[in-house]
Every structure is written in structure tokens, then in C-alpha cells.
Design a protein around this ligand. Sequence first.
Ligand SMILES: Cc1cc2nc3c(=O)[nH]c(=O)nc-3n(C[C@H](O)[C@H](O)[C@H](O)COP(=O)(O)O)c2cc1C
Length: 228
Amino acid sequence: MLTRDLLLATIGLATIVLAMTSGSASTPPTAGDGETALPEPETTGGMALSEAIATRRSVRAFRKTLLTPAQVGSICWSAQGITDSAEGRRAAPSAGALYPMTVYVVDADGVFEYRPKKHALRRVRAGDVRADLRAAALDQSCVDAAPTCLVVAMTVKRSARKYGTWGERYCLIEAGHIAQNALLQATALGLGGVPVGAFDDDRVAAILGLPDGCEPVYMLPLGVPARG
Ligand SMILES: Cc1cc2nc3c(=O)[nH]c(=O)nc-3n(C[C@H](O)[C@H](O)[C@H](O)COP(=O)(O)O)c2cc1C
């Protein structure tokens, strides 16, 4: 992983821009079991794909406006939502349909795991950890300036069981599919975000309380762009 970390740090550090401080919670109140159903995503209409591709740009400064549950739901669905319930297939491709990736949503309310089958968020940690995430990401201000930050994580052993040493490679490729889907959906919804790859894996895993063997790959701070 060292080579990847160095590469990501180089890419990220070249482009850091100072941003505003963040707003407060954007996820709805949780149910008794700590799970919150998300609104069903719109799967027709909206911005044309070509327009989203043409207008997507990395955004690192955000307004304090919170994401709505519908926006959080659409972005999570684009990242890992079920698009074929008969086969259990998801929005982003996965080698062997093994789905070794997990998406976490971080906001002022806490840390939430996206559960694709239920299209719901399960709270895994209470409290606002965005400042800690920022510190673990080379103090990049975009991380806690955004009202919501997605974290894409991989459980390599799920893929390695079938693909051996290629498992990690496939997980990293899948993280790219997931992140691009999420960023294009954010763009289509009038939001912005930036893929952040420069961070300390172990610190981020500890902050989020990730299970053993689950490693963070990408952060996606998201919000309403401060400009434009
Ligand atoms: C693998 C990867 C890691 C990145 N890491 C960071 C990062 O840590 N911090 C950051 O501000 N931008 C990061 N970026 C965003 C790039 O700087 C950005 O995509 C690039 O400047 C091109 O601009 P655009 O996204 O607006 O097209 C990363 C991009 C990629 C693909």
C-alpha cells in the first residue's frame, strides 16, 4: 500500500485549497435499531450523463447547506445501491460480483454504514468525527468543510478468496468505479465533491471504527459548492 499512499499524497497535495468550516447534521433521525431507511432514488430524468461528465470538477470549498436525505440516498445508491434485486447486482461493477466494498457516510451526527439491500444507513458511531478525519488526511480542510463525507472502504479478503493476490487490485479498481458514480451523481444533483486519497489508513480506520480487515481507500467530501 505504500506506493499507493505516496502516489495519492502527491496527487492530493498538489491541489489542496482552503475552505470554509462545516455545517451540522444532514442525516434524518435514526430508528431504534440504529438504522435509517433512505428515500428511494430517482432513476429517470435529471441531468444528462454527458452534462454531468462535462461539468464535474473537484470542489473543495462548500456552503454550510446540509445534504438532504434524498441527496444522501441518491449518492449512496449510485455508489453501491442494488440495481438488480433478483441477482443482487449493484450500481458499480465488482469483480466476480463479490462486492468487497463498503460505503460509510460521515456527518455531524456520526458515522453510518450504507446497507445496499435495505437502502438504509446503519449508525456505527455517534458524534462528529470530521475534524479527526481532516487531521488524518494531512489536515486537508475540504474534509471537514463538507457537511457530508463518504468513505469508501475495502475488505480485500472477500475478493482475495477467489482472486488471490489480485484481490487488492480489484478492490482498488472498484473504489474508482464507486467514487466516480458518486461524484457524477453529486454533480447531477447540483452538489460538488473531491476524491481524497491522501490520508493515514490506520488512523481513518480507527476514527470510523472499521471492522478488522476493512481498510479505507477513498474519502469523498460532498456539499453545495461555495462558488459557481
Ligand atoms: C486517486 C486520486 C487521489 C486524489 N487525492 C486527492 C487529495 O487527497 N486531495 C485533493 O484535494 N484532491 C485529490 N484528488 C483530486 C485531484 O487533485 C483532481 O481530480 C485533479 O486535480 C483534477 O481535477 P478535477 O477533478 O477537477 O478534474 C485525487 C484524485 C485522484 C484520482
